[in-house]
Design a protein around this ligand. Sequence first.
Ligand code: 4AD
Ligand code: MG
Length: 466
Amino acid sequence: IADIKGGPEQGLDRLGQTLQLHGWVRTLRVQSTVTFIEVNDGSCLSNMQCVMSSDAQGYDQVESGSVATGASVWVQGIVVNSQGSKQKVELKVNKIVVVGKSDPSYPIQKKRVSREFLRTKAHLRPRTNTFGAVARVRNALAYATHKFFQDNGFVWVSSPIITASDCEGAGEQFCVTTLMPSSRDVVDSPVDGIPKTKDGLIDWSQDFFGKPAFLTVSGQLNAETYATALSDVYTFGPTFRAENSNTSRHLAEFWMIEPELAFADLDDDMACATAYLQYVVRYVLENCKEDMDFFNTWIEKGIIDRLSDVAQKEFVQLTYTNAIELLLRAKKKFEFPVKWGCDLQSEHERYITEEAFSGCPEIKAFYMRQNDDGNTVAAMDVLVPRVGELIGGSQREERLEYLEDRLEQLKLNKESYWWYLDLRRYGSVPHAGFGLGFERLVQFATGVENIRDAIPFPRTPGSAEF
Ligand code: 4AD
Ligand code: MG
């Protein structure tokens, strides 16, 4: 017997055929002559309506209560035209087998449940409409990301998760340790609360087999080494930031996409960011129609129009100085005062993208190429409504002396960047790249307000359950 997948659309050209379906029961309605079972197999948003009369094989499981919300079932039936208005076809059940029963305590019953509540049930939330749709769109965005870069001749490079360098120089790294103190040879009973080993105090900062190591905040420096050999490359992997901030846009563990372009400047970088963003947005609009309609109705009204605009319209380009002027002219009172030289805060980004428009550069980071004014660097951010900063990128400092000066200025340890400096010693080239926070892209494309709902298992301060 052939399989039929969740959505009724897929049964349209298979009327009269006997097919089988595996899935989870969403709802059960027992009426006097027939029983309706909505089954979802996760392949799409819509359920397959299974209609069952009391003479079908396995009906006793309906009577005994085994066919309940949350249970997994195997259903065999004939594809027929549906009497109902919600779907065109349905499955007339010949036989049903409950594969795994569902305890009555199943927490996701039919009534709508809040997303806060569902965060405490991260192991079951993919079975809801919203999280099923987010997972599928996230998958489509990942696929489209690889497709875009592969089609454009970029090589995917795996950047390490454990590293000794701090790409952003912001000290937001998690330390890597070899062993937990409990499993080490702890000699002193830790009266003062600090475990000690035979060799004295544990030096956490040197604890990667005697060397310091951290979880990476960005794969950029590694991407640069490959870009200066293979030309255009990109990374796509998890990155970590130990920022103790509880916002709807920050995670301690997030995925980043970081293209790096050799023989390229900031304009090439911006062009790449624009083309990439338009491509992936168009991809989900074309390939995730059912899920996007769902978001448009239930999560963020008008999101389809907004994304269609992004896919077609030119991005507004705004210099840092112009952005500051714009903010200074704004009638609004900001919590963080604006002056030239300041870093843009979320409220400023929100004003620019939601009340003025979008797109603008910032200052910072040792690797950014110094502009001829000696005062600013060749950097850019892509800001979008609701999410704020989606992309941060720059042209990199390819000149050895400038880079050395910059490391000194920022009091960064030159020795530990020896290999990065080597790239400027041997065949240096102008190059540029950017980093896009994948969960922010998922937020932007689905309309989910909180970044915790854009990743299957969010890691935020104090929360690493599941
Ligand atoms: O602006 P950021 O810090 O830039 C870099 O890491 C560069 N090395 C990238 C590069 O040029 N290759 O981070 C890049 C993007 C941000 O624009 C944001 O979308 C995302 O990463 N991001 C976060 N997303 C979720 N949670 C966090 N804590 C994030 N921090 C940054
Ligand atoms: Mg940034």
